[in-house]
Design a protein around this ligand. Structure first.
Ligand SMILES: Cc1cc2nc3c(=O)[nH]c(=O)nc-3n(C[C@H](O)[C@H](O)[C@H](O)COP(=O)(O)O)c2cc1C
Length: 209
C-alpha cells in the first residue's frame, strides 16, 4: 500500500507510525516540578543527536491540548534525566506511563527509587543502569509535540553493565518499543563491520559511524 499520511485520521496515523518506525529506544525521562514533585515517564520518540557534546532529543506530545508534566517541568527547570529501560524495569516503566495528576509522583506509583543526580535537580532512576543528566539546550515545536534537546552533562553507567568501557547489551538488557502494546528485547545480536572504502570519501576510516 501507499498512503498520504495527511489523509489519515490522527489515531490511524499514530498507529501506523509507531508500527512502521521500529524498534525505538525508550527514553525514561525523570524531571522535577517547581513544586518539588519527582516525575518520570517513558518517551519512545527519542534519539541520539550528537556524541561530543553528548546530546539527546526527546519528543513530548500534548495531552488534551495541554503540555504533559514532563514538558512543563523541562520548560520550567531546563533539566531532565534520560534513564535506560531494561527488561527488569519494563513493568514499572509501563506503570509510570499512566495519566497521573501533576501532584502524584510516578516514582511512588511505580515503585521506582529516586537517587540524587550529580549536576541537575531531577533525580535519576536507581533501577536504570544508565542515566544521562541533561541540561536543555533547545526546544522545538513540531505540530503538537515539543522536541527537547538536552546536553548530557553527566553520564552514569552502572559498573555491572560495563565491558571494556562500553555498555554491554547482554548485561544491561535494554528493551525497545514497537507498534501497539508490543516491545522487543535486544539479546539476539549480530555484528557487521563497515566496509573500508579507499576512494575520494574514505581512505580507510574503519571507526566511521
Ligand atoms: C513505551 C512508551 C513510549 C511512549 N512514548 C511517548 C512519546 O514518544 N511521546 C509522548 O508524548 N508520549 C509517549 N508515551 C506516553 C507518555 O509516557 C504518557 O503520556 C505519560 O503519562 C506522560 O507523563 P507526564 O504527564 O508525567 O509527562 C509513551 C508511553 C509508553 C508506555
Amino acid at each position: 500500500m501507499m498512503v498520504d499520511p495527511s489523509s489519515l485520521p490522527e489515531r490511524d496515523s499514530y498507529r501506523l507510525m509507531i508500527s512502521a518506525f521500529v524498534p525505538r529506544p525508550i527514553a525514561f525521562v525523570s524531571t522535577r516540578s517547581l513544586a518539588g514533585i519527582n516525575n518520570c515517564a517513558p518517551f519512545s520518540y527519542s534519539m541520539g543527536v550528537s556524541s561530543r557534546p553528548m546530546v539527546l532529543a526527546v519528543s513530548v506530545g500534548e495531552r488534551d491540548g495541554r503540555p504533559k508534566d514532563t514538558a512543563r517541568n523541562i520548560l520550567d527547570t531546563r533539566e531532565f534525566v534520560v534513564n535506560m529501560v531494561t527488561e527488569a524495569t519494563a513493568e514499572k516503566m509501563n506503570v509510570a506511563s499512566g495519566d497521573y495528576a501533576a501532584h502524584i509522583s510516578e516514582f511512588e506509583e511505580a515503585g521506582l527509587t529516586p537517587v540524587p543526580s550529580d549536576a541537575v535537580r531531577p533525580p535519576r532512576i536507581a533501577e536504570s543502569p544508565v542515566n544521562f543528566e541533561c541540561r536543555l539546550i533547545r526546544a522545538i515545536t513540531v505540530a503538537d509535540n515539543t522536541v527537547f534537546f538536552g546536553e548530557a552533562i553527566r553520564l552514569h553507567v552502572d559498573d555491572a553493565v560495563l565491558t571494556n568501557g562500553t555498555v554491554d547489551i547482554h548485561k544491561a538488557k535494554p528493551i525497545g518499543r514497537l507498534g501497539g502494546p508490543r516491545y522487543c528485547r535486544t539479546q539476539d545480536v549480530f555484528e557487521l563491520r563497515r566496509p573500508t572504502v579507499t576512494g575520494p570519501k574514505g581512505a580507510g576510516k574503519t571507526e566511521a559511524r
